[in-house]
Design a protein around this ligand. Sequence first.
Ligand code: NAI
Ligand code: HPV
Length: 619
Amino acid sequence: MVAASSAILSSPRAGSSLAAARVRSAPAPSLVAPLPCLRVRSAVVSSSPAAAVAASEPVGRILDAGSDGVLWPKPAVLVAEKLSEAGLAVLRQFADVECAYGMTPAELLAKVAQFDALIVRSGTKVTREVLEASRGRLRVVGRAGVGIDNVDLQAATEAGCLVVNAPTANTVAAAEHGIALLASMARNVSQADAALKAGKWQRSKYVGVSLVGKTLAVMGFGKVGSEVARRAKGLGMLVIAHDPYAPADRARAIGAELVSFDEAIGRADFISLHMPLTQATSKVFNDDSFAKMKTGVRIINVARGGVIDEDALVRALDSGKVAQAALDVFIEEPPAKDSKLVLHENVTVTPHLGASTVEAQEGVAIEIAEAVVGALRGELAATAVNAPMVPAEVMSELAPYVSLAEKLGRLAVQLVAGESGGIKGVKVVYTSARDPDDLDTRLLRAMVTKGIVEPVSSTFVNLVNADYTAKQRGLRITEERVSHESPAAEAPLESIQVRLSHVQSKFAGAISDGAGDIVLEGRVKYGVPHLTVVGPYEVDVSLEGNLILCRQVDQPGMIGKVGNILGQRNVNVSFMSVGRTFRGKQAIMAIGVDEEPDKDTLENIGKIPAIEEFVFLQL
Ligand SMILES: NC(=O)C1=CN([C@@H]2O[C@H](COP(=O)(O)OP(=O)(O)OC[C@H]3O[C@@H](n4cnc5c(N)ncnc54)[C@H](O)[C@@H]3O)[C@@H](O)[C@H]2O)C=CC1
Ligand SMILES: O=C(O)C(=O)COP(=O)(O)O
């Protein structure tokens, strides 16, 4: 990977210069740029409109990828609930791992700021408070399982904290547990077992009901629901299902009929719940829905306690409307010792054991450990819950453009004059030979946002929170794709243009002629981002190090004069490019410099008579 493209993705160590950090190579293109806390506030112009916002100290630890691809210092991972040894082994190869099982919420709050990643199961609530207590250090929450209703996704997104889960490894275990509850409930296994152990031989009391030929309604025809349906078919049951989002052909392939909610609950002898807990499904099984069911219906819940109104279920059990229930999950876990529901004689309970098989726990542990390690490295896990997924091959192709997009944003915001009253509209124009469907610009848009927002605020921006951050700050980002007639072009993009509309610039040369926008455009050349347009001027300067833009009257000797001043002060010029409108009229000089010139040096450049204006910009 080229040095320039790794710049936005690996992070400088504390105290190192940005330029020094830029040449470090990252092991692989990072999708969430960067999960390590990249803070560049110290390197920005102080006269930017919102610079005053950027007052607080950086938070989070600086992590950097060495040439071996291992992050330094090692990230710290807190495992808050029992995770199988196989997953811990994956984590330990990469991170310092602390297992602190059974913490109280207060203990978690006190500890969380020392960790880059937190791994939980269903027993830990990752609230807004937890994310705030991490003070920006927590970059990944890994949920070793499916349900993420215990994680405040909105708060995580706002904090730029990626949430990943392990959605597939416990599917079969949960389905098997559903079937186990179905069969044991129908045959009163747990009640008869308890009675016999208490010395009671009660054969007539525990006569059960048969499954064969009965109708099972599977509510939520996703991974677990469809596996339950498949198994129930094998038991000779008639399976109907309700799921507003499930494809009918998948249901047909298993031999299940997709029907409406009312029809499903109205026709069923057994109802098995497999939908996630969301606002829409919360207490969807309530007095009204129980009233629509057949008298003597039996209910199994291996999904989430919250989809049932538990008080209503007790009433339905007492009245005989619901003959039996088998429950693995509860609104409050563990439920109160005197819970009427748990103690009800027609209810079979297990303590949230759906995913608890040796095999499933090993599977989820490995799945989540790999996702967390990948995310800490800056890759976007395929199981990201609160970020768009960008396939690895797309990312590696876009990597230099990702860098270009951020740098254009970063330069553009530094050109805004203090009295502009804030940036309102940002337009990003992509010129590409690709079909629009083949060009995923979410990452590029996120990086333009990062470039614009980070230099002038204390906000850490990545792919997770870029759109949210833009919205919060009233930044309206629009995108336009311009097709470039070059069918043979292999590059995904020809150029990226960033326009800030209706702002004043501290460098009038950056304002385009027509619309009065600040306009910057760039291209990737040999894998390196270049600035190619400033306002109406064409330039060509590699976007490395810092940049001086000067506008002057086009005349001989200007390059020498500026070069001399910089040379005398030991400031190394890396690139220089001059663009002009017409001979003898105005021109601009774009000068790449490795070091930051001191104030006097810049003032001396400004004193050259033909120079009309100049600006120093940091990348
Ligand atoms: N008890 C346990 O230990 C376990 C519980 N679970 C829970 O089981 C549930 C299902 O998990 P998966 O099948 O892996 O998830 P999934 O995402 O594959 O399936 C959920 C299905 O519910 C459907 N759905 C969403 N809203 C619905 C609604 N209003 N009505 C009907 N269907 C709706 C979705 O379209 C989707 O097809 C989740 O709540 C999960 O947390 C999963 C594993 C273990
Ligand atoms: O994966 C799920 O959604 C589960 O409910 C499993 O929960 P657990 O990891 O066993 O606490």
